[in-house]
Design a protein around this ligand. Structure first.
Ligand SMILES: NC(=O)C1=CN([C@@H]2O[C@H](COP(=O)(O)OP(=O)(O)OC[C@H]3O[C@@H](n4cnc5c(N)ncnc54)[C@H](O)[C@@H]3O)[C@@H](O)[C@H]2O)C=CC1
Ligand SMILES: C[N+](C)(C)CCCC(=O)O
Length: 483
C-alpha cells in the first residue's frame, strides 16, 4: 500500500492535531489526517476557480478527450478497488463494480460533453435569440462513506463535462480514494486543481458550502445533514443536488418468479453490508407465498460468505465503524422487543482469521413478522437487516409502501406486465425497479422523491443540474423605443 501512503503524503498537510482514520476491516489505524481549515478551503476554492478559467474555455471535444483518458486510467488500476476495501470494509468484488461504475460514468459524460449546445430562435424582422449552456463555476461535492470512489465520480463527471471545476470533500471515515481520483484527472491532463480534495468533517463541509466562490453544492448523505446543506446554500442562493436516505419498499406479488424475487430481495438489502441509500429494506410479500419466500431468503442469507473483504469469495465484509455496527445491532434488539422474529443473523461476527478480529462484522439478518409501526420498518437502519412484511391486496400494499417521508427507490416483482406498470405508476419514489433491484446504469437518472432528495445524478438530465442557460437577444433592426 505504498502508493496510497504516497498519495496521502502529497495531499494531506499535517498541522499537529490528528484525526485517526481507521482501517475498518481489521480495526486498526490506517493513516492520520488533518481536517482542512478556512485557509485551506479558501486556497482550494481559489485554485479551482483558476482551473475553471481554463477548463470552461475549452471545447466539449477537448474536455471529453481528457475525461476519456481518465476513464482508461481507472480501468487498469486495480489498487483503487483494493484501497476502497481497506478504507470502507466492503468486499473486493463489490469494490471492483463500484470503481467500474465510476469509470463508466466518466466515459458517459465525456460523450455528453461533445453534445452540449444551445438553441437558435427566429424572432420578427430578422432578429433572433440564441441560448448558451454555460457552466456554473466552482462546484462543491460532499460525499458519504458507503460509495467513496463512486460518489466522487458520479459528482465530478457531469460537473467537469459541463465545464465546471470541483472541490470535493469525502467523508472523514473514507477519505482516501477520492484523492486517487484527483491524481487520475491530473494524470489525464486536466488543468491543475480542476478536481481537488479537501479533508475533514462537518466544519470543513460547511466552510465549502458558505464559500462565496462556490456556485453549487452536490451532497450525498443523511437527511438531517442534507437539510443543513440546503440551509447553508440558501444563504448564497446556490443550487443544491441532494442524494439522501431512504426506507424503500420492495413489493413481491404472488405471481412473481420466486427465484428472481429472492435474488432481488438479497440485492436490495445486502450490498455494501446493507449500507446503501437505495436499499429496499421493507420487503412486502404476498401472504400466499410468504412461507416459501422466507424459507428461500433465509437459506440464501445464511450462505453469504462473511470475512476478509480482500478475498474474491467473500460476499460480505465489515461495516464502516464500531459505533455504526453498535447502532445497527441495537436496531435488531429493538425489533425483537417490538415483536419481530429474527429468522437469521443479527449477531456480531468474529472471523476465524485472527488478523480480522478487530473488524466490525455482523451476520446478515432477516426479520420476520414485521408490522408497519415497528422501528425497524420506519427508520433507516443502514446495515444488513431486511424487514419482511406480509400483504393481501395491491391497493393495500401500495398505500403501506408509500406511507413514509422518504421516496428514493422502490421495486416490484410480478409476471403481470399490466400490474407492474400500474404499481410503479403509483409508487412515490424516484428510482423504481421492475423485476430487479439496485442496478444503477449510469445512462439513466437516479434520485429521490420527497425527503430523499433534490435533483438527479447520472443520465442526460444531470447536465441541467451542473449548467445554466444564458439567453442572448440579437436585434437586427432599429430600437423601437417608447420614449
Ligand atoms: N443516504 C445515504 O447514502 C447515506 C446515508 N447515511 C446515513 O446517515 C448516517 C450518518 O452517517 P454520516 O456519515 O455521519 O452522514 P452525514 O450525512 O452526516 O455525512 C455525509 C457527509 O456530509 C459531511 N457533513 C456532515 N455534516 C456536515 C455539515 N454540517 N456541513 C457540511 N458537511 C457536513 C460529512 O463529513 C460527510 O462527508 C448513517 O448512519 C446513515 O444512516 C450515511 C451515508 C450515506
Ligand atoms: C450502486 N448502488 C445502486 C448499489 C448504490 C448507489 C447509490 C448509493 O450511493 O448508495
Amino acid at each position: 500500500h505504498l502508493r496510497s501512503a504516497q498519495t496521502l503524503a502529497l495531499y494531506v498537510i499535517v498541522l499537529g492535531c490528528y484525526h485517526h482514520h481507521m482501517f475498518h476491516f481489521v480495526g486498526k489505524i490506517l493513516c492520520h489526517l488533518e481536517p482542512c481549515d478556512a485557509v485551506d478551503v479558501d486556497q482550494a476554492v481559489k485554485a479551482a476557480k483558476l482551473a475553471f478559467g481554463h477548463w470552461s474555455k475549452m471545447s466539449g471535444m477537448e474536455r471529453a478527450r481528457i475525461m476519456i483518458k481518465a476513464a482508461h486510467i481507472i480501468e487498469v488500476r486495480e489498487e483503487i478497488a483494493q484501497m476502497e476495501v481497506i478504507d470502507n470494509g466492503k468486499s473486493i468484488t463489490e469494490a471492483r463494480l463500484d470503481v467500474d461504475s465510476a469509470r463508466l460514468c466518466i466515459e458517459y459524460y465525456a460523450g455528453l460533453a461533445n453534445t452540449l449546445a444551445g438553441q437558435h430562435v427566429q424572432l420578427p424582422g430578422g432578429s433572433f435569440a440564441y441560448t448558451r449552456r454555460e457552466p456554473l463555476g466552482v462546484c462543491a461535492g460532499i460525499g458519504a462513506w458507503n460509495y467513496p470512489f463512486q460518489i466522487a465520480a458520479w459528482k465530478s463527471a457531469p460537473a467537469l463535462a459541463c465545464g465546471n471545476s470541483m472541490v470535493f470533500k469525502p467523508s472523514p471515515l473514507t477519505p482516501v480514494t477520492a484523492v486517487m481520483l484527483a491524481e487520475i484527472y491530473a494524470e489525464a491532463g486536466a488543468p491543475e486543481s480542476l478536481f481537488s480534495v479537501v479533508q475533514g468533517g462537518q466544519e470543513t463541509g460547511s466552510l465549502l458550502c458558505h464559500h462565496p466562490d462556490v456556485a453549487k453544492v452536490s451532497f450525498t448523505g443523511s437527511v438531517p445533514t442534507g437539510r443543513k446543506i440546503m440551509e447553508m446554500a440558501s444563504k448564497g442562493v446556490k443550487p443544491v443536488t441532494l442524494e439522501l436516505g431512504g426506507k424503500s419498499p420492495l413489493l413481491i406479488f404472488q405471481d412473481s418468479d420466486l427465484e428472481n424475487a429472492v435474488r432481488g430481495a438479497l440485492m436490495a438489502n445486502f450490498l455494501s453490508q446493507g449500507q446503501v441509500c437505495s436499499n429496499g429494506t421493507r420487503v412486502f410479500v404476498h401472504e400466499n407465498i410468504l412461507p416459501q419466500f422466507l424459507e428461500e431468503v433465509v437459506k440464501r442469507t445464511q450462505r453469504i460468505e462473511i470475512g476478509d473483504p480482500l478475498l474474491d469469495n467473500t460476499r460480505m465484509g465489515a461495516l464502516v465503524s464500531q459505533p455504526h455496527l453498535d447502532k445497527v445491532l441495537s436496531f435488531v434488539d429493538q425489533a425483537k422487543k417490538e415483536g419481530a422474529t429474527v429468522l437469521c443473523g443479527g449477531e456480531p461476527f468474529v472471523p476465524t482469521d485472527p488478523k480480522l478480529r478487530g473488524g466490525y462484522y455482523m451476520t446478515p439478518c432477516v426479520l420476520g413478522e414485521c408490522k408497519d409501526e415497528m422501528t425497524c420498518v420506519r427508520e433507516e437502519i443502514f446495515g444488513p437487516v431486511m424487514s419482511v412484511l406480509s400483504f393481501e391486496t395491491e391497493e393495500e400494499v401500495l398505500q403501506r409502501a408509500n406511507d413514509t417521508t422518504m421516496g428514493l427507490a422502490a421495486g416490484v416483482f410480478t409476471r403481470d406486465v399490466k400490474r407492474a406498470h400500474r404499481v410503479v405508476e403509483n409508487l412515490k419514489a424516484g428510482s423504481c425497479f421492475i423485476n430487479n433491484y439496485n442496478i444503477t446504469p449510469v445512462e439513466v437518472p437516479f434520485g429521490g422523491f420527497k425527503m430523499s432528495g433534490i435533483g438527479r445524478e447520472n443520465g442526460q438530465v444531470t447536465i441541467e443540474y451542473y449548467s445554466q442557460l444564458k439567453t442572448v437577444f440579437v436585434e437586427m433592426g432599429d430600437v423601437d423605443s417608447l420614449f
